[in-house]
Design a protein around this ligand. Structure first.
Ligand code: PRP
Ligand code: MN
Ligand code: MG
Length: 183
């Protein structure tokens, strides 16, 4: 890619790989939910927007789209897993088949908190699909049924993932040059 090329050291997951994996995950999920009717996808803003959009279109199974925005501010410093809801669900999820859609599982704190929160809302079922996971960064083990790629514990951006709100629009996941966050 032309733009941002000075900031990205290398491509970690290419647009092509994302597309293939998304189709693969979608096929698996569609098969698993074939006899369950409509599924409610809960995308976690903002990182999950790209994957949410592509995954929903690849699924070939009826879905409803919901979004939550949470802030894990302070969570990393304290490991407390305290998460603040910036935008809650718009609707009741009781009795619904819910799948949380995440771009990445890093420490697992966001997802761990979110799953407890959603469980308390009484869904018929609850699973997670995450495009990326950093196994070496995990602090809390979270049951994630559908995982795209395990990646090294390095600073990656793109396809929804940001550094200081930038790079989300990149169509691939790339390794951010350390010079960028040392600036
Ligand atoms: C990022 C990412 C996940 C979360 C993973 O979101 O999109 O939601 O962190 O980290 P964890 O496993 O350590 O909790 P972030 O809080 O940066 O917000 P954003 O999606 O708006 O970028
Ligand atoms: Mn996020
Ligand atoms: Mg972020």
């Amino acid at each position: 890619e032309q733009w941002y090329s000075d900031d990205i050291a290398e491509v970690v997951v290419s647009a092509e790989q994302i597309k293939e994996k998304t189709a693969e995950l979608a096929k698996q999920v569609a098969a698993d939910y074939a006899d369950r009717g409509e599924v409610l996808l809960v995308g976690v803003l903002k990182g999950a927007v790209m994957f949410m959009a592509d995954f929903a279109r690849a699924l070939e199974h009826p879905v409803e789209l919901e979004f939550m925005a949470v802030s894990s501010y302070g969570a990393r410093a304290t490991s407390s897993g305290v998460v603040r809801i910036m935008k809650d669900l718009d609707r009741d999820i009781t009795g619904k088949h819910v799948i949380v859609v995440e771009d990445i599982v890093d420490s697992g704190l966001t997802l761990s908190w979110l799953l407890k929160y959603l469980t308390s809302r009484g869904p018929a079922s609850l699973e997670v699909v995450a495009l990326l996971r950093k196994p070496d960064a995990v602090k809390v083990d979270v049951p994630v049924k559908y995982i795209g790629f395990d990646i090294p514990n390095e600073f990656v951006v793109g396809y929804g993932l940001d550094y200081a709100e930038r790079y989300r629009e990149l169509p691939y996941v790339g390794l951010l040059r350390p010079e960028v966050y040392a600036r």
